[in-house]
Design a binder for this molecule. Structure first.
Ligand SMILES: C[S@@+](CC[C@H](N)C(=O)[O-])C[C@H]1O[C@@H](n2cnc3c(N)ncnc32)[C@H](O)[C@@H]1O
Length: 342
């Protein structure tokens, strides 16, 4: 089966089971992917270019995800020259099911990459000890927001809530900088498991707790931190939910709920990039309006320079915009002293 025919059939909605040599399967996947690539249209607006890029990636995900391989009941591939994928599968899905399964080759390759990364660990400048990434959990590969939290005033002795903890990187930095205790949340169950495991590995588990829930844990904290999904657009896949916040609901919910989760004199740290504004996805001034409306005041704001590799990639149609992207840490406080409950 050649790439051209495979693409026609996959795009038409067929599922293809690849039974041949594993390496040829991988090559077939790459050839189909190359055929799907489209040159960006330089005449469109940045927002249209951004949406076209996302649409193309979604289409790629849909089409390439239909090329399948077979795993037997012990997570062993039936293909010739296949690698041992048992550990990669167990890390994502747990112990093998009693029956064999068909799996998207593309997803399996992603899981194999994640397993390799998990073995190596991930170093984040400023964090003592390496993180263990998990498949499907937002990875702190952009360091500008991490540096902003590293440079923020000392959290010594403070109780902290972290909303949307991902791997837990910001919580761990605050704990290593002297915070008394962190209670974190995330809506993604994989993030909850990942953050818990990382807290244990870093020796912070006695001061760190993570719950699977939306927004805030119950009660109040001296410091409440959120690095939300940055763009108010619809997520297209499960992995997208760490980056795309449909209707800006997570951000708006955070601002609305913050005053009632702060102790008197408490502060909220919101990490936001201006990329949504640059794209025209959020009106200029939206954030200051929403901060006021929520009964909050801005105590201070610090910005970091863009350091994302894409900011230097001139082949990216959004290059010019990405160069103007700035990530800021907004320090927020309740405009009036919150009334404490019973
Ligand atoms: C941009 S990532 C940040 C992860 C991590 N805090 C960091 O800074 O590397 C956003 C995280 O928020 C989580 N999230 C999205 N909406 C949420 C909500 N309503 N409540 C709690 N967590 C949420 C996502 O699952 C994701 O892990």
């Amino acid at each position: 089966l050649g790439a051209k025919e495979a693409l026609t059939r996959l795009a038409a909605g067929e599922w293809l089971l690849f039974e041949g040599d594993f390496h040829l399967g991988r090559q077939l996947l790459l050839s189909v992917q190359r055929r799907l690539e489209k040159k960006p249209d330089p005449s469109v607006t940045p927002l249209a270019a951004f949406r076209a890029q996302r649409q193309a990636r979604h289409e790629e995900h849909r089409v390439l995800g239909r090329l399948l391989v077979e795993l037997n009941a012990s997570y062993v591939l039936s293909n010739r020259r296949a690698p041992d994928v048992r550990q990669a599968c167990e890390e994502v899905w747990g112990p093998a099911a009693p029956e064999g399964i068909l799996v998207s080759l593309r997803e399996l390759l992603g899981m194999m990459g994640a397993a390799e990364w998990r073995r190596k660990g991930l170093s984040v400048p400023g964090l003592k000890g390496a993180l263990t990434p998990h498949y499907g959990v937002f990875s702190p590969t952009r360091h500008e927001y991490v540096s902003l939290v590293l440079a923020a005033p000392s959290p010594k002795g403070k109780t902290v809530f972290e909303v949307g903890t991902g791997m837990g990187v910001l919580s761990f930095i605050l704990l290593q900088r002297g915070a008394a205790r962190v209670v974190a949340t995330d809506v993604e169950p994989r993030a909850v498991t990942c953050a818990q495991e990382n807290a244990q590995k870093l020796g912070l588990a006695d001061r760190f707790e993570v719950r699977e829930q939306s927004l805030f844990p119950e009660g109040r904290a001296d410091l409440v931190v959120f690095n939300p999904p940055w763009l108010p657009e619809q997520p297209m896949t499960r992995l997208d939910r760490a980056v795309f916040d449909e209707g800006g609901e997570a951000l708006a919910g955070f601002l609305r709920g913050l005053p009632e989760h702060l102790t008197p004199g408490g502060e909220g740290y919101l990490l936001v990039s201006n990329f949504a504004e640059l794209l025209g996805l959020r009106p200029k001034g939206y954030l200051s309006g929403a901060i006021n409306e929520a009964g909050l005041t801005l105590k201070w704001k610090r910005a970091g320079p863009p350091s994302h590799p894409k900011a230097k990639d001139s082949a990216d149609p959004l290059h010019a915009l990405r160069r103007q992207e700035v990530t800021s840490l907004y320090c927020l406080a309740a405009a009036t002293t919150p009334r404490l409950g019973p």
